[in-house]
Design a protein around this ligand. Structure first.
Ligand SMILES: [Zn+2]
Length: 294
């Protein structure tokens, strides 16, 4: 693997486990590996979390000392409060740092000839909002913004929004090998939700119940709702010919998914506090536009 040196340390941590300090190497799971582990807060009972956390640890930990981590090991780690806390902290750092490495290219709506390049951190600062959390209470995988239809953000009249939201995924920045590097993002709620309803009919309702591996493709699974809605919102992904299916989204790295979930929230749902900070003058035609969508 050729991970950018700046990010390499995020993948390595140490835990106190069974009386010894051990090296832990983490990996970034695909969103498809963890989406079913995302629970709404009222469902996070100790009983369910004692199943969910070991399942997550197993997918997250590449090695513990010399060993890979099976489910028994993962359960023992979760039962050890100190070790579990250290792994959760390392996971939070890994996911949150990597997910903010993506870039936005906002197209000028006046001339369509220029794009403003903005980091997700700079966009967050400009909007004085967000980011949408990846982790709740420093513990739990948060419910993504795309799991529900959020109201459109308030926009002041005058300056028009960007005409196209293009992006580079975080994995293309920190150089984890993935086939998809960039694309363009539209709105999950476009056509008043018709596109989303069509996607449910197409990918879930009309299919035979019980297709192997798709047991969690359900409306009551918040991580799946978010994956399906992201498939609807994505207009284009480099390297994907034809339709963007829920499978394409579930195959993405979780940090790429979380970047897009946050980007969708920032450009569509955040109320604009200060249009001066969130707008830019086009370097081709000189006219101002917002870095987010109208
Ligand atoms: Zn322009």
């Amino acid at each position: 693997m050729t991970i950018d040196k700046r990010f390499e340390s995020l993948f390595h941590s140490r835990v106190q486990f069974q009386g010894r300090e051990r090296q832990v190497e983490l990996r970034v799971p695909a969103f498809g590996e963890i989406f079913a582990l995302v629970l709404e807060s009222q469902h996070r009972t100790p009983e369910r979390m004692s199943v969910m956390f070991p399942a997550e640890f197993k997918r997250l930990i590449k090695s513990l000392g010399e060993n890979s981590v099976g489910i028994e090991h993962a359960r023992a780690l979760y039962a050890d409060a100190q070790a579990a806390g250290q792994i959760v902290a390392a996971r939070n750092r890994l996911f949150e740092t990597l997910a903010e490495q993506g870039l936005l290219y906002a197209q000028c709506p006046h001339c369509l000839n220029w794009e403003a390049e903005v980091s997700i951190v700079a966009l967050t600062v400009a909007l004085q909002a967000g980011p949408w959390p990846i982790i709740d209470g420093r513990m739990f995988l948060a419910v993504p913004s795309l799991s529900s239809r959020l109201p459109r953000g308030i926009r002041p009249a005058g300056v028009p929004g960007t005409s196209r939201v293009r992006f580079d995924l975080p994995s293309s920045v920190f150089r984890l090998t993935t086939p998809i590097r960039s694309g363009t993002l539209g709105a999950a709620d476009r056509n008043n939700g018709t596109s989303e309803r069509a996607a449910w009919a197409r990918w879930v309702t009309s299919r035979e119940v019980g297709i192997s591996g798709r047991e969690q493709w359900r409306e009551d699974v918040p991580g799946f709702r978010a994956a399906l809605r992201l498939a609807v919102a994505l207009e284009h992904l480099q390297g994907i010919e034809g339709e963007i299916t829920p499978e394409v989204v579930l195959d993405m790295l979780s940090v790429d998914f979380y970047f897009l979930d946050n980007l969708h929230y920032l450009v569509h749902n955040v109320d604009l506090q200060n249009d001066k900070k969130a707008s830019i003058n086009c370097e081709a035609c000189g006219l101002p536009f917002l870095l987010i969508v109208d």
